[in-house]
Design a protein around this ligand. Structure first.
Ligand code: AMP
Ligand code: ZN
Length: 465
C-alpha cells in the first residue's frame, strides 16, 4: 500500500487515485530564461521517484510538466526598482529574441533531465501556447464575481473564496506580511492586499504581451499552471508536485482560481520537496549560488552520482550540497556499478529484499531506506543471478541505469585486447611521471585503434568508439 505525505491534510495518507490504474500528475516546471540548477533538479528528481514508484505499483501515470516561458517577476529579481521581465532582460543582454532564449534553455533543461535519467513527462506544455485557456478561466472567475478588474488588470478577490489558505494554513491577517515578502511591490490598485493578479496590463514597451478582453497584457504566473493542468488532466486530478517554496502563494492561488472556476476539488494529493541548500542557504538564481549539471560534469562528476546523492536524504528534508558529499556519492555509485558488472544473468530474485524495498518506497518515498535495502542485498549471500534479478527490478525506481552500466562494463572487459591494455598502462605511467605530451600522443594512438579514454577521479575509463 502506497502512503504519501499530503501537504493539504498535513498527514501521511494512503494513496487512492480517482480512476485506477490511471494516475494523473502535474509538476510545476522550470522558468526557462536561465540555466536550471541542481536545486530545481532535486525537486524534479523527487517527482521522478514518485512517478517511478507509482509505476512500480502498476499504476499508469499521465505526467504533465509545464514550461514557464513567460517571465514572472519575483521580489528577488527586482531590477534596479524597475519591473523588467526576466525573459526580456536576458534576451536584451544576449541580443536574442525572447523565444530564442526560452527555446535554448528549454532544450538544455530537457537534455539535463535525460542525463539524470528523469523519465520524460507525457507533455511539456508551454505557457505562451496556452494564453487562450488562461483567458477562459479568468472570464469565468469574473462572471462568477470571484475576480475584479482595475483598468487592464484583473485580480482574484481572495475574500470571495472561503477556503483560501487551506494548503499553506495562512489566515488572511497573516497573509499581508507573507505577501510583502514574495511580491515585487504591493499593488496599490487592489481592493484588498492578499488579492493576486490573474491578468496584468502591459506596460508600453513590453514585448511579450497578448490581446485579451481587458486590453493588451500578460497572464499572472499562477493562472498558467491552473490552465495547463486542467486542460491536460481535467478539473480534478490526483497529484500535484513542486518545491516547498511553491506552497504559498503559487499553489494556494492555483487552488483558489481552479476551484473557483470549476466548482470542484482541484487536486487530491499535494507533494512538496525540501530545499537543496548550499552553505546553509537555499540554492537560488537570485542569490547566485547555483550549480548546473554541466558544472558537475566539468568537475568530472557523472550526473547519475547527483541522482544517487539526492536519494540519501528524504525528499521532505533540507539537503545541504557539498562537493565532498557528491564525491562520496560518486564513489558509492561507481562501486555499485562495479558490483553489478560482475553479476551473472538475472534469474529468480530475492523476494525477501524485494518486499523490504517495496515497503520503503511505499512509505512516503523513503529512498534512503530503499537504497540501504539494495546495498544489503548486494552484500548478502544470495547468488549473483538472484541479486541481478532483484536489483535490476529495484532500479526501475532508483533509475541508476544499472543494466546499461553493466553492459558497458562487460563490453569493455570483453573487447580490450592485451595490446591495448599495455598501451593504456604505459600512458598512465607517463601521466604519473608528468610526461603529458607523450601521454597525449599515446591517447591519440589508442583513439586511432578505436578506444576513447576518459580520466576520472576513479581512474581511466575506456569507451569503444
Ligand atoms: P522555478 O524555476 O524557480 O519556478 O523553480 C522550479 C522548481 O524548482 C520549483 O518546484 C521550485 O520549488 C524548485 N526549487 C527552486 N529552488 C530550489 C532549491 N534550492 N531546492 C529545491 N527545489 C528548488
Ligand atoms: Zn505551477
Amino acid at each position: 500500500m502506497l502512503k504519501l505525505y499530503n501537504t493539504l491534510t498535513r498527514k501521511i495518507e494512503e494513496f487512492k487515485p480517482l480512476n485506477p490504474p490511471v494516475v494523473t500528475m502535474y509538476t510545476c516546471g522550470p522558468t526557462v530564461y536561465r540555466h536550471i540548477h541542481i536545486g530545481n533538479f532535486r525537486t524534479y528528481l523527487m517527482a521522478d521517484f514518485l512517478r517511478r514508484t507509482l509505476e512500480y505499483n502498476a499504476y499508469k501515470v499521465t505526467h504533465i510538466k509545464n514550461v514557464t516561458d513567460v517571465g514572472h517577476m519575483r521580489t528577488s529579481e527586482l531590477h534596479q526598482g524597475k519591473n523588467i521581465d526576466p525573459v526580456l532582460e536576458e534576451a536584451l543582454k544576449e541580443g536574442k529574441t525572447p523565444k530564442e532564449i526560452t527555446s535554448y534553455y528549454t532544450k538544455l533543461f530537457l537534455e539535463d533531465e535525460e542525463k539524470l535519467n528523469i523519465k520524460k513527462a507525457n507533455k511539456y506544455p508551454k505557457a505562451t501556447e496556452h494564453i487562450k485557456e488562461m483567458i477562459e478561466i479568468i472570464k469565468i472567475l469574473l462572471d462568477k464575481g470571484l475576480a475584479y478588474r482595475t483598468g487592464g488588470t484583473v485580480y482574484f478577490d481572495v475574500s470571495k473564496f472561503k477556503d483560501y489558505g487551506q494548503l499553506s494554513g495562512n489566515t488572511l491577517d497573516k497573509m499581508d506580511m507573507l505577501l510583502k515578502a514574495v511580491r515585487i511591490s504591493v499593488e496599490t490598485d487592489k481592493k484588498d492586499s492578499p488579492d493576486f493578479a490573474l491578468w496584468k496590463e502591459a506596460e508600453e514597451d513590453r514585448m511579450m504581451k497578448w490581446e485579451s478582453p481587458w486590453g493588451e497584457g500578460f497572464p499572472g504566473w499562477h493562472i498558467e499552471c491552473s490552465a495547463m493542468s486542467i486542460k491536460y488532466l481535467g478539473d480534478t486530478f490526483d497529484i500535484h508536485t513542486g518545491g516547498e517554496d511553491l506552497i504559498f502563494p503559487h499553489h494556494e492561488d492555483e487552488i483558489a482560481q481552479s476551484e473557483g472556476a470549476s466548482g470542484k476539488k482541484f487536486v487530491n494529493y499535494w507533494l512538496h520537496g525540501g530545499y537543496l541548500l548550499i552553505d546553509g542557504k537555499k540554492m537560488s538564481r537570485s542569490k547566485g549560488n547555483v550549480y548546473t549539471i554541466s558544472d558537475l560534469q566539468k568537475k568530472g562528476f557523472d550526473p547519475l552520482a547527483f541522482r544517487y546523492l539526492t536519494m540519501l536524504t528524504h525528499y521532505k528534508q533540507e539537503m545541504n550540497f557539498t562537493w565532498d558529499a557528491l564525491e562520496a556519492a560518486q564513489i558509492a555509485y561507481k562501486r555499485l556499478v562495479e558490483e553489478v558488472a560482475e553479476f551473472k544473468n538475472p534469474k529468480i530474485g530475492c523476494a525477501e529484499y524485494e518486499e523490504k524495498f517495496l515497503e520503503a518506497v511505499n512509505d512516503n518515498l523513503n529512498m534512503p531506506k530503499a537504497l540501504a535495502v539494495m546495498w544489503d542485498l548486494v552484500k548478502s549471500d544470495y547468488p549473483d543471478s538472484a541479486k541481478a534479478e532483484s536489483i535490476f527490478k529495484m532500479d526501475q525506481v532508483l533509475g541508476l541505469d544499472l543494466e546499461k552500466a553493466r553492459e558497458k562494463k562487460k563490453n569493455i572487459k570483453v573487447v580490450v585486447s592485451d595490446a591495448i591494455k599495455k598501451l593504456i598502462g604505459e600512458r598512465e605511467r607517463l601521466r604519473k611521471m608528468g610526461s603529458f605530451t607523450k601521454a597525449d600522443h599515446l591517447r591519440n594512438k589508442i583513439k586511432k585503434l578505436g578506444y576513447r579514454l576518459k580520466d576520472t577521479k576513479e581512474g581511466v575509463e575506456i569507451e569503444k568508439i
